[in-house]
Design a protein around this ligand. Structure first.
Ligand code: C2E
Ligand code: CA
Ligand code: CA
Length: 646
């Protein structure tokens, strides 16, 4: 029979062009790219051998039988491999994980192994083909070859259907076109035996995959020329498929946002491009990833390499970068995480990474952060605390304790501070100093604030309003920055108070100065609006940060609470003594009443009395207590004040 090779020759040319382009445009060495490369080479081999073996079969009289047998065998072997590799490529595209990955892999690999086994014994039993009188004949199992190909068609389609929600639309289109092309090819070949079309279907799918799914720019960051975040995740997943240990190094540039505001968009992009190309020079093209504006991630092979690289980067960053003929010195931090020692999954990696990054952001000039046991422990503890907070929000299980505020002038307890308490089955008591800052970050503090305010309203309605003889003027409630930043703060507070018929004057909101300055205009608006209704405001933790009396002029505070830190320092150093005395005098001159926090003994109390402080809050006048204990405490001590401190 004379064969028509035209389609095969055209296919060979197209496949070779794709291969050349693939080699010239270097692509990220992902699993997808690796399989694509093997598939491309297999298809080229199959196409070439198909042409050669067809020529041989057409000329059996002059071609030695051995060569004929060899080429036919090789053709079958590569054809079997080709279907299997398309399946492997689709597996990567479908991103199967865990058990379903293992099952799919077994379902797809077993037929391939059986096919190749049957091929190996074909020269002995004539399963797929046999030669007689130097002529090629189809064997008794030749139909199995078609079944084999049909099986992989079906499997690819089933895989795509199973993952239809996550797989991209273009992938589905490619698979449909591939099936149509392959079935058309088979039908044509059944009708016209002399037409060789085996590789035409392969060319169609490879071309489509290459154009649509092997897009090299997809994984590149256009600004820096390094890999993008997507590429990083793909590399991470690939890394986790192998047991070898690796180090992931993060280079974080501090205050890049501020720098880019000064430099402008284009110049800061040029700076990033410089940094990116330097990192690529030092680390290699496919190992550097620009994962967010101020952060690069680098894959490093070993601990020793990480140490050497770190030293190199520290030296380079100390030198500065030239932007618009100016030397810009960047403050950077390096974080290293070891796989599989520090993390096993991407979720674990990300959690730990974010934790270390936050730590790096708030740690001034420190340049190196490594995941160590303490960091992992802290991170895990933080996760557990976050879970406990979420659970308490869901179950409304926060408790509120009340701490007395004692008036030195009236010689009795006049106010209380509401302090939230969280008790978890697993972690036990968790201090608000630990969970409030976490809840501030994820916004949960708003729910906590609501629950505390509600508990407080219930307490006031049940025990305080109806009991004027207790002499409690108001209850102080702490309010966080996240709550103050909400424009509807007034509405939520007022709605709650109305629900329990609480006069606004019974609540004093405690605000730290950090909170006040985070949104000055909004804060002033809240204070004015709620103040008009009779609610009062206390400046909390005065003296714990960069205190400034000017805030007392800027905001209408009715009270200032001096922090325990300042009180303790007062008894430790002469200069701190002078500072506190002056602060107290200034605040008194401004006519704002003062509360001193953290008073633990008689000496401290008497000293504050001498300075004519208005009120005192501290263990000396009572620790935070559950509401019933607190009521009992107030009743006892407001009637027999000589009991304080005993
Ligand atoms: P804070 O507002 O400064 O509250 C005073 C803290 O000092 C309380 O700690 C209290 O128990 C403690 N304290 C009072 N007197 C003494 C003393 O004599 N000695 C010592 N060593 N400590 C004393 P607590 O209850 O652990 O609260 C810590 C912080 O958590 C609070 O500091 C406040 O910033 C925050 N917090 C507590 N409850 C809430 C809340 O409901 N909402 C918000 N947003 N924050 C809260
Ligand atoms: Ca407070
Ligand atoms: Ca305080």
């Amino acid at each position: 029979m004379r064969f028509n090779y035209d389609f095969e020759i055209a296919s060979l040319i197209i496949l070779t062009i794709i291969l050349l382009h693939f080699i010239l445009i270097r692509q990220f060495p992902t699993d997808k790219t690796r399989i694509f490369k093997i598939l491309l080479l297999t298809c080229i081999g199959e196409c070439g051998i198909n042409i050669v073996s067809s020529i041989c079969i057409a000329n059996t009289a002059i071609v030695p039988l051995f060569w004929n047998e060899l080429f036919v065998f090789a053709f079958f072997a590569l054809e079997g491999l080709c279907s299997y590799l398309i399946f492997r490529y689709m597996m990567v595209v479908c991103e199967y994980e865990g058990n379903s990955k293992k099952i799919m892999m077994a379902v797809g690999t077993i037929p391939f192994l059986i096919f190749e086994l049957m091929l190996i014994i074909t020269p002995l039993i004539g399963f797929f083909y046999y030669f007689e009188d130097r002529q090629y004949y189809q064997g008794f199992g030749s139909a199995c070859g078609f079944i084999y190909i049909a099986f992989y068609f079906a499997l690819n389609i089933i895989m795509i259907l199973m993952r239809r929600k996550t797989v991209a639309r273009r992938t589905k289109v490619i698979v449909v076109i591939y099936c149509i092309a392959a079935i058309t090819g088979i039908l044509i070949q059944l009708k016209w035996h002399h037409l060789l079309l085996t590789s035409t279907g392969n060319v169609i799918i490879l071309l489509m995959i290459y154009l649509a799914m092997q897009n090299p720019d997809e994984l590149l960051d256009t600004v820096t020329g390094t890999g993008n975040e997507n590429a990083f995740i793909i590399q991470m997943k690939s890394m986790m498929g192998h047991p070898d240990s690796k180090v992931i190094m993060t280079v974080y540039i501090r205050q890049f946002y501020q720098i880019s505001t000064l430099l402008g968009y284009e110049n800061s992009n040029m700076l990033l491009a410089d940094i990116g190309s330097y990192l690529v020079d030092v680390c290699g093209k496919f190992r550097v990833f620009h994962v967010s504006v101020d952060t690069f991630n680098i894959f490093v092979e070993s601990r020793d390499e990480a140490v050497a690289l770190r030293q190199k980067l520290e030296r380079r960053f100390a030198e500065g970068w030239i932007v618009l003929q100016n030397d810009v010195v960047l403050n950077m931090a390096i974080i290293t995480q070891h796989y599989p020692r520090d993390f096993k999954t991407i979720t674990e990696y990300r959690g730990l990474w974010q934790y270390l990054l936050e730590y790096a952001k708030s740690s001034g000039n420190q340049t190196f952060f490594e995941t160590n046991d303490a960091a992992i422990e802290e991170y895990q503890r933080r996760n557990k605390v976050e879970i406990a907070v979420n659970k308490a929000i869901r179950e409304k299980s926060f408790e509120v304790y009340y701490q007395p505020i004692y008036s030195l002038k009236e010689k009795r307890i006049t106010s209380l501070e509401a302090l939230v308490r969280l008790r978890d089955d697993e972690l036990g008591y968790i201090s608000p100093n630990e969970f409030i800052p976490l809840a501030e970050k994820d916004g949960n503090v708003i729910h906590i604030g609501q629950q505390v305010l509600e508990e407080c309203c219930k307490f006031l309605a049940r025990h305080i309003l109806s009991n004027a003889s207790l002499g409690i003027k108001n209850v102080h409630v702490n309010i966080s920055a996240a709550q103050c930043l909400r424009p509807d703060l007034k509405k939520t507070v007022v709605t709650m108070l109305e629900q329990y018929h609480i006069p606004p004057s019974m609540i004093s909101l405690e605000i730290t100065e950090r909170t006040a300055i985070s949104a000055p205009k909004l804060m002033n608006k809240h204070m004015e609006e709620l103040g008009r209704l009779g609610m009062t405001f206390s400046m909390d933790d005065y003296g714990s940060g960069n205190s400034n009396c000017s805030y007392l002029v800027q905001y209408p505070f009715q009270e200032v609470k001096i922090d325990k830190q300042m009180l303790d320092a007062y008894f430790e150093s002469k200069s701190a003594r002078i500072v506190l005395e002056n602060e107290i005098r200034t605040i008194q001159k401004l006519g704002i009443p003062l509360v001193v926090e953290g008073v633990e003994n008689r000496e401290q109390s008497e000293e504050m009395e001498r300075l004519q402080v208005d009120c005192i809050q501290g263990y000396y006048y009572g620790k935070p207590m559950p509401e019933m204990d607190c009521l009992r405490y107030i009743r006892n001590l407001n009637t027999s004040p000589e009991e304080y401190g005993k």
